[in-house]
Structures are given as C-alpha cells and as structure tokens.
Design a protein around this ligand. Structure first.
Ligand code: ATP
Ligand code: MG
Length: 169
C-alpha cells in the first residue's frame, strides 16, 4: 500500500487548494528555499495525526492555518492506493480551535485513524519520516542509538519489549 495523493487546502503556505500526486516508487519535490516543500511533509503528518504542532514546526495547531487567506480552517486529505482516504480539518474560533478526523468521508475519533494506520505499522510514536537534518543526526549518533532506530523501523523493538517482560515474569 502506498500514498497516491495529497490534497492541501489552506494549510501553511498553501492558500489555494493544491493536489499533489504521489507516484508508486519514488516522488521528488523540488523548489527554492521557503517554497513549501517541507510544508507538504508537514501536511502529511498533520492529516495522519502523526505529529504534535511542534513536530510540524508550529507553536500551536492554529498556526498551521494559512495566514493570508482570511479563512479559519485548514484541511488536508491523504489518499491511499486501496482507495482509503484520511482527512483532517482544523477550525479556529474566537476563543478556541477544533480538530476533525475523517476516514473515507466519515467523521471518526482520532483513535480510529491511529488504529487504521497501526495495521500498516505506522504509529504516532514510531519513526515514520526522515526529516530534514535527520541524516546528519543519525550519522553522528552512537551505534546503540542508531540500532534502536533500526529496531524500531524493523518492528523488532515491540518484540524486545515483550521478551524482556516475559523474562521478568
Ligand atoms: P527549504 O528548502 O529551506 O527547506 P522548504 O521548501 O522546505 O524550504 P517550507 O519550510 O516548506 O520551505 O516553507 C516555509 C514557508 O512556509 C515560509 O515562507 C513560511 O512563511 C511559510 N508558512 C509557514 N506557515 C505558514 C502559514 N500559516 N501561512 C502562510 N505561510 C506559512
Ligand atoms: Mg524544507
């Protein structure tokens, strides 16, 4: 299963509704500094509820709403190759904000999205995206720390946890 496309509406620098196709295999996004490349990755993590505001390089969630459009909502939809669509919308009000998660157009709880993604090994606490600067960090970290990242991606950490709990019994 892979992502086939992202639709970004009023999220960060994307004031105009923008559709980005993701091809099977490899998709490259190029552009000048500050043109919004990383914002596309942020939009993905936002829609899949995989990151806090800080992880999306924003102080608070409402900072993700485009500053110039005057609109009070930001919305991102992710489509997968099996036809599943995951959508998230945030709405700013005078004193508060609301976050809505949709699975195939149906309003669902955040937990339902987390559960759906977990079936594919995508977890909020997991290592899902190699962010800008991560390569240098991974190169410079200790062998042990690097091993922990590999174990996490390979899904071994889960079993290591179960093993140590079983041995302790
Ligand atoms: P680089 O090549 O330097 O990594 P990039 O293409 O990854 O650049 P981004 O970090 O995706 O660039 O985009 C940064 C731009 O997004 C900045 O110009 C910033 O002002 C803009 N931006 C972020 N949040 C908002 C917002 N809420 N409304 C409007 N613009 C925003
Ligand atoms: Mg960037």
């Amino acid at each position: 299963m892979h992502i086939t496309g992202i639709e970004i509406d009023n999220f960060k620098s994307f004031a105009k509704k923008t559709s980005i196709p993701f091809l099977e295999g490899f998709t490259v996004i190029s552009g000048p500094n500050g043109s919004g490349k990383s914002n596309i990755i942020d939009s993905l993590l936002f829609a899949l509820s995989l990151s806090s505001a800080r992880g999306l390089r924003a102080e608070k969630l409402t900072d993700l709403i485009n500053l110039n459009s005057g609109k009070n909502t930001a919305e991102v939809a992710i489509t997968f190759s099996d036809g599943t669509e995951i959508r998230r919308r945030i709405k700013r009000t005078a004193s508060n904000y609301y976050s809505y998660n949709y699975l195939n157009g149906r309003l669902v709880k955040l937990g339902d999205v987390v559960e759906f993604l977990a079936k594919f090994g995508i977890k909020p606490e997991g290592y899902n995206v190699v962010m800008q600067g991560d390569i240098t960090r991974i190169m410079e970290m200790s062998d042990g720390d690097r091993r922990r990242i590999i174990d996490e991606i390979a899904g071994v950490s889960e079993f290591e946890g179960k093993k140590s709990r079983a041995l302790a019994e």
